[in-house]
Design a binder for this molecule. Structure first.
Ligand SMILES: *Cc1c(COP(=O)(O)O)cnc(C)c1O
Length: 369
């Protein structure tokens, strides 16, 4: 533990290691594991997370955009990096930094093939993404023929992987839909391998896929949220450990008299004598207004203090009436005692959104256990 003298996002790399080992234990030792570090490592620090995962001998990493992959390469990350959402404007950068594009449409395949050819590439590794029901990005099954025609025998590109993405792997009431996606992927893999030859990596599962449909692990899985400590289910959350904890301190205490109001637009009105604490973080830090007006609460010495009134840009106020606390005391928004999933649920959102929205202005602090 350390004394928090300002707002910090504490990143526990020991927890990351624990989560990695836990998720790995759910799949065969021979199945490869891709760690997803997009969106600044789910709001933490992508380079610190990538270095730790590389030290644990992770097989590959994934990012959403090329710029994120280039950042990792510049930071010395050597393992294969898949770019989930490559864009034409970044193809040269992708090739210059040995990133592997996830090609998802005839148009993007054609352009990447051309750019790689002009850069005199041979056997440049790419992955092909097929749509199996999420209807977000991906080739359709009947694109296999076009893919074969486009590749011809130029030898410029090598199909290293084939993938799809599940749309509801965390939702067991959608089991039938997910099983349909798994079946569709099986049929696409068979067709693609028949047309294009053996494809080394086949990957479908995200974190909830690993936990709920391990039989569909194929030769690699892609996990993001699980590495950061959340499994989209209380039963898995308890086996995982949160990597990020958001902590702050009490900047100032106020004694409020009955009838007084707190904050902008006088949104909180005291019905009696109240003690309030002002905290140094606000909606500019990723704690949006939807958490205000009693929706969410923070922990002070293990006791719940509701956020009152409107969340300000750089501050928010909590009601600490009856809690023995003083200026400078530690406040936990999420981490030990209250998970990010719990905190997010106060505002009707999910851990993914809360974690990835914590502003870069908040200092990151690292610990190993
Ligand atoms: C973000 C993402 C993942 C990781 O999902 P989690 O639910 O965080 O494990 C895997 N695959 C794709 C295509 C993604 O976009």
């Amino acid at each position: 533990m350390h004394d928090t003298h300002e707002t910090v996002l504490e990143i526990n790399l020991g927890a990351l290691e624990h989560n990695y080992r836990f998720l790995r234990s759910k799949i065969d030792p021979s199945t490869k594991f891709m760690g997803v570090v997009k969106a600044t490592g789910y709001g933490s620090n992508p380079l610190v997370i990538a270095r730790k995962l590389e030290s644990l001998k992770i097989d590959a990493l994934a990012v959403a955009y090329a710029s994120e992959g280039i950042h990792l390469r510049k930071g010395g990350i050597k393992c294969p990096i898949l770019v989930l959402h490559p864009q034409e404007a970044n193809f040269e950068g992708i090739i210059a930094h040995c990133l592997e594009p996830n090609l998802y449409s005839p148009k993007i395949l054609k352009t990447f093939h051309k750019v790689a050819g002009e850069a005199s590439q041979k056997d440049y590794p790419v992955h092909l993404k097929f749509n199996t029901g999420l209807n977000r990005l991906g080739f359709w099954e009947n694109d296999v023929k076009h893919i074969k025609e486009e590749l011809g025998n130029s030898g410029v590109l090598k199909i290293k992987g084939i993938l799809s993405h599940l749309g509801a792997s965390e939702d067991m009431s959608e089991k039938e839909f997910t099983e349909g996606q798994i079946k569709a992927f099986e049929s696409i893999v068979a067709e693609a391998e028949q047309a294009l030859g053996p494809i080394p990596l086949k990957h479908l599962l995200n974190t909830s896929g690993i936990l709920n449909y391990p039989n569909a692990q194929w030769s690699m899985v892609r996990s993001g949220i699980g590495l950061y400590g959340y499994g989209n289910d209380p039963k898995y959350d308890s086996a995982l450990r949160p990597v990020a904890s958001l902590k702050t301190i009490i900047s100032q205490l106020h004694r409020i008299e009955p009838g007084e109001t707190v904050g902008y637009n006088r949104a909180f009105r005291a019905d009696g004598f109240r003690t309030t604490a002002t905290l140094p973080l606000g909606h500019a830090d990723g704690i949006g207004r939807q958490y205000g007006n009693g929706k969410a609460s923070v922990l002070i010495h293990g006791k719940r203090a509701p956020i009152i009134g409107n969340v300000c840009m750089d501050m928010l106020m909590v009601d600490v009436t009856g809690i023995d606390c003083k200026e400078g005391d530690e406040v936990i928004l999420f981490g030990e005692g209250q998970s990010a999933e719990q905190f997010a649920s106060f505002a009707g959102t999910i851990s993914y959104e809360l974690l990835t929205g914590i502003s870069p202005r908040i200092k990151r602090l690292y610990r190993e256990s």
